[in-house]
Design a protein around this ligand. Structure first.
Ligand SMILES: [Zn+2]
Length: 304
């Protein structure tokens, strides 16, 4: 188990010897944020200039091939330290943070972000109080060529709070967001299981839900955002968000209509990250609704 204290110590140690990362964490104190209500979901908009390279990442296969992989240990900055979280995985401090606790958990080998790894369960169980999440290769991952997860404090994410409120720990199993009885901008699947053998069966069913495939089934492992965490009651919980697109239409619009928003797990969990000030000022409730409906599925068409 990696306690909060261990995580805090790890981040402090890292920032004490890596001035570029320290500068980015210090800058978080002045990051601006405003909240809107989208139906029954509270959505925060965070203006975070440091995220420009991630939001604007060109993840076309040929572009990815041409650049050195920044998650491979040989290419990492010499200041970057690691925390051995699980066999085959290393935990790193994310040098371009969205929250004061923002970790990247990378596979030791350069293998593609093909499918959510089973190890996400063990990693989540090792990080109490934190949500561990996976961006499918076409659903927000800026390094689709190198398997990685991220972790932040679970209470930072509105969608996780919502799921804990409307899918009670004493009602284990899978639930569709439409069963929450709320007006939400997109559909997702919520899972609550005992971290034991019987729970794992339900879990496997949840892990095989993917994004919208060309045949209409929810099986595409690249078009999905997945979160795992352990709640206060010791239950293992997860959220699967099937996606239908990588980026919303406004990302490709011209001039004033363009919005530089490229949703990954954190945006889908209710914190929209915008690197540009004009987007931060201009984004309307309707535009945010369209961003979600462009990339995810409506609640009422999400059936299992
Ligand atoms: Zn790599």
């Amino acid at each position: 188990m990696v306690s909060h204290e261990d995580v805090k110590d790890f981040i402090e140690t890292q920032l004490s010897c890596w001035s570029d990362a320290k500068r980015n964490y210090d800058a978080l104190a002045s990051v601006r944020r405003r909240n809107i209500m989208l139906g029954d979901m509270c959505v925060g908009i965070q203006w975070n200039p440091g995220r420009i390279s991630s939001t604007g990442a060109d993840v076309a296969a040929d572009k990815i091939k041409q650049r050195p992989c920044f998650l491979c240990s040989v290419n990492r900055p010499k200041e970057q330290i690691t925390y051995p979280i699980l066999d085959g995985w290393e935990m790193l401090v994310n040098p371009f943070p969205i929250f004061p606790v923002h970790l990247t958990i990378v596979s030791r080998s350069h293998v593609p972000q093909k499918h959510v790894p089973d190890d996400i369960v063990d990693i989540a169980l090792k990080l109490p109080g934190m949500a561990v999440f996976f961006n499918g290769a076409a659903a927000g991952a800026s390094a689709p060529d190198h398997m990685h997860l991220q972790a932040v404090l679970k209470d930072e994410l509105p969608l996780i709070r919502l799921s804990e409120t409307y899918h009670s720990s004493d009602n284990p199993g899978l639930m569709l967001s439409s069963q929450f009885g709320l007006k939400l901008p997109f559909g997702f699947i919520s899972g609550v299981v005992q971290p034991d053998d019987s729970g794992m069966k339900t879990l496997i069913a949840g892990l095989h839900i993917g994004g919208l495939s060309s045949d209409g089934s929810l099986t595409d492992p690249a078009l999905v955002n997945i979160f795992f965490w352990m709640d206060q009651m010791g239950m293992l919980r997860f959220i699967v968000i099937p996606r239908k697109a990588h980026r919303p239409s406004c990302y490709f619009a011209e001039g004033d209509k363009r919005r530089m928003v490229s949703p990954g797990c954190i945006d889908m969990a209710g914190i929209i990250i915008v690197p540009r000030q004009n987007d931060f000022m201009a984004l309307t409730v309707a535009e945010i609704g369209s961003i979600y409906s462009d990339v995810a599925l409506a609640q009422d068409i999400l059936l299992m």
